[in-house]
Design a protein around this ligand. Structure first.
Ligand code: GLV
Ligand code: MN
Ligand code: MN
Length: 419
């Protein structure tokens, strides 16, 4: 680490930016909802562009809407150091998930500028498009395309609930000039990527430790299931004649829970987070059910065997109930091991700053999961109250955020001064 005096973070301005961004939402406060391509998503982008301009930083947007805020280094030909996160938010979310890693990184850059540092390597803040899966059922669309783990052809054809494709949305919002194939970045474009994020779990808060250093990111997977039964009059169709899509779905949701509980790993978690039925009338037997299932584990082996168990249960339940199923594996991603050198650099930075830190596993997925495919990657976690996240009462204090931003800024200083 270079001899940089402890960098001064302007936590008041950062907090007021976090508060301002939280008001850019599809729902009134304290709820934050910012779904890809919504008016709130587009206004949040305009907000962050304004902050980049105010900081005198160069901004580029790629064909999927990933934003790159660049502070040119003394040697712009060297691979840059990258940081960043996302600003989109699931329905009924809070104001810190992703945002701390975007606005916190912006403040880290400003702190480095104020300290008169001239980085050798350029530093780029990346604001990734659609880390959350809300519109298309697939998370991390921006970072998957950057890393090349999602093909541009498949991305273009992703459909939302209304059947509108991603390509058609790109046209509607005026991003269609560039081709999606131009989003992919080469290996070694960045020398490192470090993401600051709230923990989204209870450990740091419970143990009163200000920083977590992520060594591993769990393996997530998502399934999408369409069940087609036979509808009919709720009074006229007798029970032995029924092929109720909701009841098949309900049994499947219980089988999903059971697959996690019996996987043999305490780290397996499974959620049926979306369950919609048609036609949705009290006096009509449900003929259609749409389920989306999220299954994760720290180990791919137990995740995969739970996945296979769920698929077997779906087949058995549907056969028994005379309901047909169409199952799509939307994503099955591997667990990610963070770069050991980067993890030790962050640990050393914390120790130099006198900030207690502990190694952690991230049970949530992040854009880091995909950046790790193209450059050395690690994450800095800060506590959030009781581990609450993906809900409006998500909270990290200004002091906790400041500590995270200080560690990030010093880590970026060290990485960008390396030859
Ligand atoms: C990210 O938001 C996740 O669901 O882990
Ligand atoms: Mn999230
Ligand atoms: Mn997040």
């Amino acid at each position: 680490m270079p001899h940089v005096a402890k960098l001064a973070i302007n936590e008041n301005r950062l907090q007021s930016h976090i508060d301002e961004l939280a008001l850019i939402s599809e729902n009134p406060p304290p709820v934050v909802t910012r779904i890809l391509f919504s008016d709130a998503d587009l206004r949040a982008r305009a907000f962050v562009k304004r902050l980049a301009e105010e900081a005198g930083l160069h901004l580029r947007q790629d064909a999927i809407g990933n934003l790159f805020v660049r502070w040119a280094g003394q040697n712009p030909d060297l691979p840059a150091v990258a940081t960043g996160s996302h600003m989109d938010a699931i329905p009924n979310a809070g104001k810190f998930d992703g945002v701390v890693g975007v606005l916190g990184a912006m403040e880290a850059l400003r702190a480095l500028q104020r300290a008169g540092i001239h980085p050798k390597r350029s530093i780029e803040l990346i604001i990734f498009t659609a880390e959350e899966p809300t519109r298309f059922g697939l998370g991390c669309i921006g970072s998957r395309l950057l890393a090349g783990t999602l093909s541009p052809e498949k991305a273009a054809l992703l459909k939302d609930r209304d059947g509108t494709t991603l390509e058609s949305w790109r046209r509607q919002v005026g991003w269609a000039d560039g081709d999606l194939s131009s989003v992919r970045l080469p290996q070694h474009r960045y020398s490192a990527f470090v993401e600051l994020h709230i923990e989204q779990g209870p450990l740091l808060d419970k143990e009163k430790i200000p920083i977590g250093i992520v060594e591993k990111i769990a393996a997530p997977s998502t399934l999408r299931l369409e069940l087609t039964g036979v509808g009919g009059h709720a009074g006229a169709v007798l029970m032995p004649e029924r092929h109720d899509a909701l009841l098949a779905g309900a049994e499947i949701a219980l089988a999903v829970e059971k697959a996690a509980l019996t996987s043999g790993s305490a780290d397996t978690v499974a959620t049926t987070g979306i369950f919609r039925i048609e036609p949705g009338a009290v006096n009509s037997v449900p003929c259609q059910a749409h389920l989306e299932i999220d299954l994760r584990d720290t180990q791919a082996r137990t995740r995969d065997s739970a996945l296979a168990q769920i698929e077997r249960s779906i087949r058995e339940i549907c056969r028994r109930r005379g309901v047909t199923s169409a199952l799509e594996r939307v994503a099955t991603d591997p667990p990610v091991i963070c770069d050991p050198k980067l993890v030790s650099l962050i640990a050393q930075t914390c120790s130099t700053l006198g900030v207690p830190a502990k190694p952690m596993i991230s049970r949530a997925y992040h854009d880091s999961s995909f950046m790790a495919q193209i450059c050395p990657t690690a994450m800095i976690f800060i506590p959030c109250r009781k581990g609450y996240s993906h809900r409006p009462d998500e909270y990290s204090s200004p002091e906790q955020i400041k500590t995270g931003v200080t560690v990030l800024a010093h880590t970026l200083a060290a990485l960008s001064s390396a030859g």
